[in-house]
Design a protein around this ligand. Structure first.
Ligand code: AR6
Length: 173
């Protein structure tokens, strides 16, 4: 498995699946969720509504999969990060679950390449440094990692990008 880092807009990434930092309603919102629904078109929302009707949305830490509509990827995996409010242990576990459950869904669907945004570090206010440590550890600890070819961390803001660079040991050039 190759672990990569990019500073980019995740809606432009060509991989089998991009991950969305959604909310429990699965009906869209701001941040990366808004960008994915805007660019991906209504096919994504339609599938989200079907999932909602079947299972009543998505719980924090869990993940669901839909088409990627007009996006360059094949699928969108929607996961719901925790809202940061200082309850450190519980929230950290839930954030790790987002990465692990997204990877589980990826393996179940034959997905070989996947891109993650920095879940919970925007509107949900999870401390960026802590979130990055959790994300990298969760991915490295994933049991079925050999079944995935490439995992990309896609940072949108420079602060997250610098944090990931340091954690992953990438030199500044
Ligand atoms: N590509 C990649 N990363 C992005 C993009 C993009 N196009 N846009 C923003 N980010 P956020 P959350 C980064 O707020 O904190 C929504 O309303 C951003 O810089 O999108 O998990 C949902 O519906 C940040 O680092 O998600 C939920 O209600 C990261 O994505 C709520 O926000 C996550 O920021 C979820 O909040």
């Amino acid at each position: 498995m190759i672990l990569g880092l990019l500073k980019a807009d995740i809606t432009e990434i060509q991989v089998d699946a991009i991950v969305n930092a959604a909310n429990t309603s699965l009906l869209g919102g701001g941040g990366v969720d808004g960008a994915i629904h805007r660019k991906g078109g209504k096919a994504i929302l339609e599938e989200c509504i079907q999932i909602r009707n079947k299972q009543g949305g998505c719980k924090t830490g869990e993940a669901v999969i839909t088409t990627a509509g007009n996006l360059p990827s094949k699928y969108v995996i929607h996961t719901v990060g925790p809202v940061w409010n200082g309850d450190k242990d519980e929230k950290s576990k839930l954030l790790a679950n987002c990465y692990q459950n997204s990877l589980n869904l990826a393996v179940e669907n034959g997905i070989k390449t996947i891109a993650f945004p920095n879940i919970s570090t925007g509107i949900y206010h999870f401390p960026k440094d802590k979130a990055a440590q959790i994300a990298v550890k969760a991915v490295k600890d994933f049991q079925r990692i050999a079944e995935i070819e490439k995992i990309l961390f896609v940072c949108f803001d420079d602060e997250n990008y610098q944090i990931y660079k340091e954690i992953l040991g990438i030199e500044n050039k």
